[in-house]
Design a protein around this ligand. Structure first.
Ligand SMILES: CSCCC(=O)C(=O)COP(=O)(O)O
Ligand SMILES: [Zn+2]
Length: 229
């Protein structure tokens, strides 16, 4: 086999970890991933996804701080612990404690390949602006940054209870979107009360932008409430 034939046979798999390290570092500097808060994942062509390791400082991640999760292997809701014998380089590294939320997002939205979750103060504040399970969003121009291109949009973001057992949050998300097909097309984001926001997108860069846009909208909502608008 010629060298060119050999090269033609090599499939170089996309590795999103460096991009995720940069995104986490940026969000950390914004104060949105302090104290190990938040988790980022990117799904690959084979359906597995790289996700930040649990309890890692998100402002100083390196490539070994990520775990590759194979949903078929780990039923949703169980802790996908990497067996050290299989992957000694991942010694004592577990995937995010919120892996089940990423799994359910990839299940509900099969075209999605990036899921980002951060904890901002504003997200926690606005999560208490309403008691129900949907947060009305102001009709700002910035909603276009979440893919809402409508005249006078009447948008809400789904709001979920912050159960201590994270797979229960994931189960609530699944039942919400399964019983509400229409809601799947509103904004690509959800809020967990007194916890943080999760967004999903067709690329890591778009997910990055969705986090920035959503946090802008939350900052506006907090400032508007303070100003009595
Ligand atoms: C202090 S963060 C508490 C856990 C959490 O909500 C989070 O987003 C980070 O958890 P992980 O297991 O992904 O580090
Ligand atoms: Zn969290």
């Amino acid at each position: 086999m010629t060298q060119q034939q050999l090269l033609n046979n090599i499939t170089i798999e996309f590795d999103p970890r460096s991009q995720l390290c940069e995104a986490a570092s940026h969000f950390y500097k914004q104060g949105w991933m302090l104290g190990t808060a938040g988790n980022l994942s990117v799904k690959l062509k084979d359906g597995s996804f790289w996700i930040t390791g649990s309890g890692k400082s998100k402002g100083e991640l390196c490539l070994d701080d990520f775990v590759r999760v194979y949903p078929d292997v780990y039923p949703e809701g169980t802790e996908a612990v990497i067996n050290e014998a299989i992957a000694p380089q991942f010694k004592a590294l577990k995937p995010s404690a919120e892996t089940s939320i990423h799994q359910v997002i990839y299940e509900i939205f099969p075209e999605v390949c990036a899921c980002y979750h951060v904890h901002s103060i504003e997200a926690n504040l606005v999560s208490n602006f309403v008691e129900g399970d949907e947060l009305p969003l102001p009709a700002l121009e910035m909603l276009k940054g979440l893919g809402v291109w409508e005249e006078n949009p009447n948008c809400t973001m789904p709001l979920f209870t912050n159960h201590f057992h994270v797979p229960k949050i994931a189960a609530d998300i699944r039942s919400y979107f399964q019983s509400n097909q229409k809601k799947q097309t509103q904004v690509p984001a959800l809020l967990i009360r007194n916890h943080g926001i999760t967004v999903w997108a067709n690329s890591p860069k778009t997910a990055f932008h969705y986090i920035e846009v959503a946090e802008y909208i939350f900052r506006y909502m907090v400032a508007a409430k303070k100003a009595g608008i």
